[in-house]
Design a protein around this ligand. Structure first.
Ligand code: BG6
Ligand code: MG
Length: 215
């Protein structure tokens, strides 16, 4: 029986992708790293932690000469650019229908967040939604990052439930690997590239109801 809803943060609760994409482009320019970083390139790193994302950019563009000291600077600066860019983030940036979905299910199901971002708790607080959740696990608390299922396991442990008692909502392939390998029923949200890898798929939360999950 499903007793909890666990949501990924970026791309499922808040549409942060444009902010992440622009911050990567800005930091690459800032350090004069001359590669073409397209939306397609960003989609390939979506859902990975910041440092894994940078390693993937380095590998895929065959960038030599980025040592670990420069890597740390890039990561720090990327996050600074990201934080500057979300200065005015608000509920206007929510995935359509997600707040209503959470409010309507609160009390019926436990509600958790499981994110690969170190900024998830901060942003939920900033937009005034942190109190809607029974538990929020973000990258400050986990050791292993998605696609490892640790963040999902930690979330259901805190809720005192097993994976079989939770349903997960994810938007990135990497996140779907994490939830599916952890044994969670998984809904894909928005990103049509993950349609074949999830149990169910929704475009967004407008008019979506979890009615039949336990019948
Ligand atoms: C994930 C996003 O939730 O968080 C990724 O899907 C992002 O695209 C990652 O890179 C890391 O986030 P942050 O905020 O810690 O840099
Ligand atoms: Mg996501």
């Amino acid at each position: 029986m499903i007793k909890a809803i666990i949501l990924d943060f970026d791309g499922v609760i808040v549409n942060t992708d444009p902010f992440h994409f622009n911050s990567w482009k800005k930091v690459l320019r800032y350090y004069d790293i001359q590669i073409k970083f397209s939306q397609k390139d960003y989609n390939l790193i979506k859902g990975f932690s910041r440092s894994v994302s940078l390693n993937k950019i380095i590998q895929s563009h065959d960038l030599q000469g980025i040592n670990s000291e420069l890597k740390s600077k890039i990561l720090q600066k990327k996050n600074n650019f990201f934080l500057q860019s979300i200065k005015y983030i608000s509920k206007e940036n929510l995935i359509p229908g997600v707040e209503e979905f959470i409010v309507n299910n609160k009390g019926i199901y436990k509600i958790g967040v499981a994110s690969a971002s170190a900024n998830a708790t901060f942003i939920l607080d900033k937009i005034g939604m942190i109190n809607l959740f029974d538990v929020v696990i973000d990258a400050n608390i986990t050791n292993k990052k998605k696609p490892n299922p640790e963040v999902y396991f930690k979330c259901c442990e805190k809720l005192d439930l097993s994976p079989k008692e939770c349903v997960v909502f994810e938007d990135s392939l990497n996140g779907v690997y994490a939830s599916k390998s952890g044994g969670f029923v998984t809904y894909g949200v928005g990103n049509t590239e993950i349609k074949d890898d999830v149990d169910f798929f929704i475009t967004n939360f407008l008019d979506f109801k979890l009615n039949d999950i336990n019948s």
